[in-house]
Design a protein around this ligand. Structure first.
Ligand SMILES: [Zn+2]
Ligand SMILES: [Zn+2]
Length: 121
């Protein structure tokens, strides 16, 4: 891995939340340009090292593939929370049978309004 790929991988590993390219770019002391970050993220995703999720807009948020996580997305402030509980296994077998389909992965998130935004209303 090149220096920046390795550095970005370390940042994502150490972050509890998924991060987009701009957020990685804004990390103090981290100084590749934005297109280098995009290229590194694309590379890591293609190599199946990281995964991404996007919500209301096309911004992709990246996280280590090895981490099976789901998301809470606040439609007001865009804040992302992460949780691990997964109920997909129960549905998976039923759907695979019903559609004669081999399911490989899933992305799951709830949309809503976070506590902070509700308090500000
Ligand atoms: Zn919010
Ligand atoms: Zn799951």
């Amino acid at each position: 891995m090149t220096k920046w790929r390795k550095a970005i991988w370390d940042i994502l590993k150490n972050s509890k939340k998924p991060l987009c390219a701009e957020e990685i770019y804004k990390i103090n002391g981290f100084k590749p340009n934005l297109s280098t970050i995009y290229r590194a993220l694309n590379y890591l995703e293609k190599k199946n090292i990281i995964s991404s999720v996007s919500f209301e807009n096309s911004t992709k948020y990246f996280f280590p593939k090895e981490r099976h996580i789901h998301f809470l997305y606040c439609i007001k402030c865009g804040n992302i929370e992460v949780f691990n509980e997964c109920t997909a296994k129960e549905i998976k077998m039923k759907i695979e049978k019903q559609f004669d389909y081999q399911i490989l992965d899933h992305v799951f998130y709830f949309k809503g309004i976070c506590k902070k935004c509700r308090e500000e209303e």
